[in-house]
Write a protein that binds this ligand. Structure first.
Ligand code: ADP
Ligand code: MG
Length: 441
């Protein structure tokens, strides 16, 4: 009877799902027309109840008649056997679905992500090696992809390990739900006892949320002490997690902290190619290169742009030209960033133009327009005072005489001393503009 019920269910789900979700699934008892199933794990219990409810119900009814009912139970962790042995032999347990495309094979390595990639691969091959592994970097640079690659790799190669990928948001929501229902011990069971590899994404989400941080701290400790692998992703480095408990930040720093930097142009092209390949699509090489060059560093947007072009191509049946691509991708194109001049005077002229609206030509001309005169004076003052330039250099670059520069600088100094706030604020604006350019350049 038990076997028949299982066979009945098996015949109704595809092989992959069967292997994935029903690995620990068993018939515990059949009483009358009520079936009690057991599974080795709380996640799977919930997953089955959510996704396979009608499949199981139909299977049970087909064996025991239309009034048959069932329930799913899971083994409690304090039944002695459970803690000593892995839940399942020879079959990896995935506690949450992973994106099957997020694999190391599909991850393009370049200078910006190579260290993170190799660290992640090492952890996947030897869970526990770097503990925790903390990966951080900007939006859309491949953190989640790497994190899930670790999960996919372990699931493939370490059938005895239980892998849990979870976003910090889900962790928080789960905690709240369990607390509301007074089932906090189940929550702890779930996250502290039944996990061998914890992959926690977007931990910056927990900034300022003290309660859940405390829970995470204890989860971390318990897993860590038991030698379980922990991998954490964040958009910023541990010490920049403001309003995070210090003890948690220092836990994050205990292992290996790696950064992902934005991809260079060549890597972007390689990634674009890989994405196209993953979509089984085709785009002319020059179009693909155009996309890789002009869409910004966020690789999620790069992928979005490629998909948009593929959809267009499919619906119109036309080959796309670079011009059309540019038109279609208007929203995706990064802001044109003019090459930033390394020459400090060129940068100064640009800053003056931005603050005063006076072009370099006008600055260097003999224009007596008051705004031009003011911009010129401020420029000379900034060059002399803040750029460590000699009077002579300033005179040369502004095309003025030596004494004129000296008297202009003195003028500005005196005005500031007299409390000319407007002039002072212009100078601050110019300085701010200069430093901003220096940073972004
Ligand atoms: P993050 O989590 O850092 O915001 P994701 O991991 O979600 O970024 O990456 C965004 C998209 O870019 C995903 O589709 C991912 O597969 C892809 N991607 C990112 N980095 C790479 C890479 N090095 N090679 C191939 N695809 C990548
Ligand atoms: Mg992510």
């Amino acid at each position: 009877m038990k076997e028949r019920i299982l066979q009945e269910i098996k015949s109704r789900v595809n092989r992959k799902s069967w292997e994935l979700w029903f690995g620990t699934f068993n018939v515990k008892s059949v009483e009358g027309n009520h079936v009690v199933f057991s599974v080795g794990n709380l996640f799977i219990k919930e997953w089955l109840e959510k996704k396979y409810q009608s499949v199981i119900s139909k299977a049970v009814k087909s064996v025991l008649g239309n009034s048959a009912t069932y329930e799913i139970t899971y083994e409690s962790f304090d039944t002695a056997a459970v803690n000593q042995e892995p839940l399942v032999k020879k079959r990896a347990i995935l506690l949450t679905p992973l994106n099957p495309n997020y694999t190391f094979e599909n991850f393009v390595v370049g200078p910006g992500n190579s260290f993170a990639y190799h660290s992640a691969l090492e952890v996947a091959k030897n869970p526990g090696k770097y503990n925790p592994l903390f990966i951080y970097g900007g939006v859309g640079l491949g953190k989640t992809h790497l994190l899930q690659s670790i999960g996919n790799h372990i699931v493939q190669n370490e059938p005895d390990l239980r892998v849990l990928y979870i976003t910090s948001e889900k962790f928080l929501n789960d905690l709240i739900d369990y607390m509301k229902e007074g089932r906090i011990s189940e929550f702890r069971e779930r996250y502290r006892k039944r996990v061998d590899v914890l992959l926690l994404d977007d931990v910056q989400f927990l900034i300022g949320k003290t309660g859940v941080q405390t829970e995470l701290f204890h989860t971390f400790n318990e897993l860590y002490d038991a030698g379980k692998q922990i991998v954490i992703c964040s958009d910023r480095e541990p010490q920049k997690l403001e309003e995070f408990q210090d003890r948690l930040v220092s836990r994050f720093q205990m292992g290996l902290v790696v950064r992902i930097d934005p991809p260079d142009e060549q890597t972007r092209r390689n990634i674009a190619k890989k994405m196209l390949e993953m979509e089984n699509g085709y785009l002319p090489e020059e179009v693909l290169n155009f996309v890789a060059t002009n869409v910004d560093d966020n690789l999620r947007r790069l992928r979005g742009a490629i998909i948009k072009l593929l959809v267009y191509r499919e619906t119109t049946g036309k080959e796309i030209s670079v011009k059309e691509a540019a038109e279609l991708l208007k929203d995706f194109i990064r802001e044109p960033s003019p090459a930033i001049s390394l020459d400090p005077f060129e940068r100064l002229f640009e800053a003056l133009q931005r603050v005063f609206g006076v072009s370099k030509e006008e600055l260097l001309s003999n224009s007596r327009k008051s705004v031009a005169v003011m911009a010129r004076k401020v420029g000379m003052y900034v060059a002399k005072k803040y750029m460590d330039c000699s009077l002579r250099t300033v005179a040369e670059r502004f095309g003025r005489s030596h004494p004129l520069v000296a008297s202009s600088v003195k003028d500005v100094e005196e005005s500031i001393l007299k409390g000319n706030k407007l002039l002072k604020s212009y100078i601050d604006d110019v300085l701010e503009n200069l430093s901003r350019k220096a940073i972004s350049g």
